[in-house]
Design a binder for this molecule. Structure first.
Ligand code: SAM
Length: 238
């Protein structure tokens, strides 16, 4: 008897956390931010990758800083990460369009053009601003900042998305650390994994954070690209 053909995996298969980034316009949608309200506030983008959020937010008068474990590499080395990881990620998206929702972008081509423009803008800014401490090499669950150093702390497409690579303890420590360095609030997006399913241990995580005096709320956002990516988790110290 012939073996049944293997069903294609129902999630994006990414061998390691992808160095893949988005623009401020996309961050504004999935974090429900008003770009005009960024002026004068301090913002930390954690797991920022080749996102252009920080470059664009600084242009708008925010005091924005980005963190990623790969910062500290040369611009040429980061450009190679972009080249390899964009190719892999876009190939996965094209192979599994059923995991995507064409609300915020009309097509994969449109999403690709936007994300490539983010990486180009990031690489140019990184080359100029790394020496001025706009881009800091560090990794969750430990951040090299004082308590309450930033008005707003953002973390997109790391926590919850890569639940296979990071265990529950990492998720809890990472959330506590994001809250520690925030003055007002933390926003995390999305609240689903690479298959579009909600993070399985969300209630356990929220209960543990609550016991630490951290309130959490799952808030709908006017955005969806990966299936199920239409919410963010907002954390605040009580
Ligand atoms: C998919 S990218 C997200 C980029 C950006 N936040 C966005 O949404 O466009 C995930 C990033 O997380 C970074 N990363 C991996 N492990 C990390 C850790 N332990 N702490 C912080 N960032 C990490 C990777 O280097 C990668 O650049």
């Amino acid at each position: 008897m012939n073996a049944a053909p293997a069903l294609p995996s129902l999630e994006l298969e990414v061998p390691s956390v992808a160095f893949f980034g988005r623009t401020l316009a996309e961050y504004a949608q999935f974090f429900s931010l008003d770009p005009n309200a960024l002026k004068g506030i301090s913002v930390l983008d954690v797991a920022a990758g080749p996102s252009s959020f920080t470059a664009e937010a600084c242009k708008r008068g925010a005091d924005a800083v980005a963190v990623d474990p790969l910062y500290g590499c040369t611009p040429a080395a980061l450009a190679v990460h972009v080249q390899i990881d964009y190719r892999r990620m876009l190939a996965q998206m094209r192979a599994k369009p059923q995991l995507l929702r064409f609300q915020s972008f009309r097509s994969i081509d449109e999403a690709e053009a936007s994300r490539r423009s983010a990486a180009e803008r990031f690489l140019a800014d990184y080359e100029q601003q790394f020496v001025h401490n706009r881009y800091i090499g560090a990794a969750l669950p430990q951040l090299p900042f004082l308590d309450g150093a930033f008005d707003l702390v953002l973390c997109a497409h790391l926590i919850f998305v890569y639940a296979k690579q990071f265990d529950f303890a990492f998720h809890l420590e990472a959330c506590r650390e994001l809250v520690r360095v925030s003055r007002d609030e933390v926003r995390i997006h999305p609240v689903v994994g690479l298959g579009g399913k909600p993070y399985a241990e969300l209630e356990r995580l929220r209960t543990a954070l609550d016991a630490d005096g951290i309130s959490s709320e799952v808030v709908p956002v006017n955005y969806e690209f990966f299936k199920g990516s239409d919410t963010m988790l907002v954390l605040k110290r009580r």
